[in-house]
Design a protein around this ligand. Structure first.
Ligand code: NAD
Length: 292
């Protein structure tokens, strides 16, 4: 019989992931505090729900894709949340990037109720989400991971059980610190090349053919060079991720000087009103430093 998915959070990433679950033949019941985000997918077969609890009724699995830790806590533990009315399949998977400490707390609370919880953050951006090509890094009990795996297959291509509860978030935070520092490196190369009068589009193409090639240079380079700041992946969300990286690093006494520096630059971008812009707007920090 057709499996049923409750999907909470139909934003930049969630809407594409829900679409791919629909395309793979799952019944999807969706909820988002933004009613438009839900109605947009109605024509594609998504059934609307007024609350997380309503979405989860009769579902085999509930999946959340929300901005930050407090939103996930509200959707699980708040009024009309998933903990008060768990899906029939007793499996909740959070695919947002949130605090690993919060993940372990949520997991323990749900476990007492006989509900399994998997943290499964993703990498690949809106394009990866649209193409069902996400890298999915999952933490949790093996049995719960195996139960969630067929749903992951509809949304991603690289699907890995990286360890126990919270390990998915730790791996994602490692991913994010590389993204941040790498984007900073791309900014610095473009700032230098620009000041020296080099053609930046050609610079980018040449570098992509050699050992400096990177996802950031490839995917965000054109928007940086073209001055297109539209999101994608918002500066605000990256600042949240870098904060989570530094919190975990502090708890474990791991100095991360590169991450600390690039976090300050992201903060500079936010202070200049760029929080809602895409990550490529980090280059504007360099515009200001070089008076461009
Ligand atoms: P988004 O802000 O575009 O989408 C989040 C959605 O959640 C919005 O539609 C919002 O209305 C909804 N929402 C917020 N609070 C809610 C609540 N209490 N109940 C129901 N719905 C609620 O964010 P996004 O870019 O889709 O990112 C989602 C998560 O995935 C974040 O943790 C982000 O860090 C992570 N992520 C994003 C990207 C990216 O490129 N955008 C890539 C990988 C991971």
């Amino acid at each position: 019989s057709q499996k049923r998915v409750a999907f909470i959070g139909l934003g930049t990433m969630g809407r594409e992931m829900a679409r791919n679950l629909l395309k793979a033949g799952y019944a999807v019941v969706g909820h988002d505090v933004n009613a438009e985000a839900v109605s947009e997918l109605g024509a594609e077969g998504l059934q609307p729900a007024a609350s997380p609890a309503e979405a989860a009724r009769g579902a085999d699995i509930a999946i959340t894709m929300l901005p930050d830790t407090p939103h996930v806590e509200a959707v699980i533990e708040g009024p009309d949340g998933l903990a008060s009315a768990p899906p029939a399949g007793r499996l909740i998977v959070d695919m947002s990037t949130i605090s690993p400490v919060a993940v372990r707390r949520l997991h323990a609370g749900l476990k007492e109720q006989g509900v399994a919880f998997v943290d499964a953050p993703v990498s690949g951006g809106p394009v990866g989400a649209k193409n069902a090509a996400l890298s999915i890094m999952a933490g949790g009990d093996r049995e719960a991971f195996l139960a969630a795996e067929p749903y992951f297959r509809a949304m991603g291509t690289t699907i890995t059980h990286v360890g126990g509860t919270g390990a998915g978030q730790t791996v994602k935070l490692c991913n994010q610190l590389i993204c941040g520092i790498n984007l900073q490196a791309v900014c610095e190369a473009l700032a230098l090349g620009r000041a020296a009068g080099v053609d930046l589009e050609q610079l980018r193409k040449v570098l992509l053919g050699g050992s400096a090639a990177s996802w950031m240079l490839d995917r965000l380079g054109p928007a940086m060079i073209g001055g297109d700041a539209s999101a994608g992946f918002r500066i605000d969300l990256m600042l949240k991720d870098l904060r989570l990286v530094l919190e975990q690093a502090q708890a474990l006494t791991v100095p991360l000087p590169g991450t600390a520096l690039v976090t300050s630059q992201y903060m500079e971008a936010k202070a200049h009103g760029e929080g809602s812009n895409g990550n490529q707007a980090l280059f504007r920090v360099y515009d200001r430093m070089t008076n461009r």
